[in-house]
Design a protein around this ligand. Structure first.
Ligand code: SF4
Ligand code: SF4
Length: 371
């Protein structure tokens, strides 16, 4: 894991050279790579920067937005900042930045299901391509875009192999898995892929020797909900410290958007743009309704990965994930799989309270498995 730990230490170091800060997984990073710039996911999990942001933002704002605004100040050091307008916080962040920074907002349709929504989103992806070309005064070519799509698809295929190993005994902790996924947004593709290949090979060896589950044999947990960004790692760590086997996450900061590759029907610019737009529409984020597509995915994960219980993470003041918690609870009752919903922020003050609730949940799951 050392390449990932090292990358995590330097996560806040913004890239040298042409770069684009982006704030959400709706952004097709392949376009940024194809224009010759480095994509950099701007979301942060620092508590201290939430305080400095309160100079510009209401105290009650989502901690992720406050932390990000505080971390980069009013002038983030990127050639372009791309913000999909998925929730109120992001819309207003774009507005605040736009006086001093080159900002490109993307309109995200409220649903991913209709033809109209798909067309609207396709136009947004085209608009982003134009904005990138004009910012860097460089044309995105079919050859460059194909290379970027294949590279990013390669990452997702490797992640799929790593996830496949989690259907049985675990050879890698869930918090490490989440770190590997998060670092895919900060490490270049070669360095990240090399390190993931090592993990896959060592996972296969340990499985052959049946060394996998020994220290991770508690109830199997799926973590869903709002993004978890370093250094705010309290939820995954608390799950593991409380005896839970964190099998995987379904967070946009983790593995949720790494399931799907972009699959163009051909290699013309138009075909590739459609494939990227379609892939991004499957981000399964509650900022888009309805919840059914996300639920279908979660249901499959519960079955395939033998999940005993779900922990749902809600960031304070975040309405999309707050509503998703209620929808999840209703569906989970039908499935008879327990769910614990936790609302928190970036502070450490509630750690012991969270620990008590997580420990009680895991004990309850253990009791169910002994019935
Ligand atoms: S939760 Fe949704 S809106 Fe927020 S960053 Fe993730 S994909 Fe984007
Ligand atoms: S956590 Fe919720 S409120 Fe915060 S940026 Fe994401 S969707 Fe918006």
């Amino acid at each position: 894991m050392s390449p990932f730990y090292t990358a995590a230490k330097h996560m806040l170091r913004t890239p040298d050279g042409p770069s684009v800060g982006y704030m959400c997984e709706f952004v097709p990073v392949e376009l940024i790579v194809a224009v010759g710039a480095t994509p950099y996911r701007m979301c942060t999990g620092l508590q201290e920067t939430t305080f400095s942001a309160e100079e510009y933002l209401p105290q009650t704002f989502c901690p992720l937005i406050k932390s990000t605004m505080g971390a980069y100040g009013e002038k983030p050091p990127f050639d372009l900042v791309v913000i999909p307008a998925t929730c109120d916080g992001r819309k207003h962040l774009g507005e605040l930045y736009s006086d001093d920074v080159n900002v490109h907002m993307m309109d995200v349709p409220i649903t991913g299901e209709t033809v109209h929504a798909r067309m609207l989103w396709m136009k947004e992806v085209q608009r982003l391509r134009k904005a990138l070309q004009s910012t860097f005064d460089k044309k995105i070519t079919a050859k460059g875009l194909k290379r970027a799509i294949l590279e990013e698809n390669g990452r997702r295929e490797l992640m799929a192999q790593l996830l496949e190993q989690r259907k049985g005994d675990l050879t890698l902790s869930g918090s490490d898995l989440m770190l590997v996924a998060l670092m895919s947004r900060y490490m270049d593709v070669d360095r990240w892929s090399k390190a993931v290949n090592v993990l896959i090979a060592s996972g296969s060896k340990r499985k052959t020797r049946k060394e996998g589950r020994t220290d991770r044999s508690g109830p199997r947990i799926l973590l869903t909900g709002a993004p978890v960004i370093l250094p705010n790692w309290k939820i995954p760590l608390l799950i593991e410290e409380s005896g839970g086997a964190l099998v995987l996450d379904s967070l946009c900061s983790g593995t949720r958007t790494m399931w799907q590759t972009a699959e163009p029907s051909g290699w013309s610019i138009q075909e590739m743009m459609i494939a990227m737009a379609d892939r991004q529409m499957m981000s399964l984020c509650p900022c888009q309704i309805p919840f059914d597509a996300a639920w279908a995915r979660i249901r499959t994960v519960i079955e395939d990965f033998q999940i005993d219980g779900i922990i749902h993470h809600v960031l304070q003041s975040c309405h999309p994930f707050g509503v998703e918690a209620t929808l999840m609870r209703r569906r989970m009752e039908e499935l008879d799989v327990p769910l614990l919903s936790l609302e928190t922020d970036y502070s450490q003050e509630d750690v012991e309270q969270l620990r008590t609730r997580i420990e009680a949940f895991i004990e309850m799951l253990e009791g169910r498995s002994n019935r």
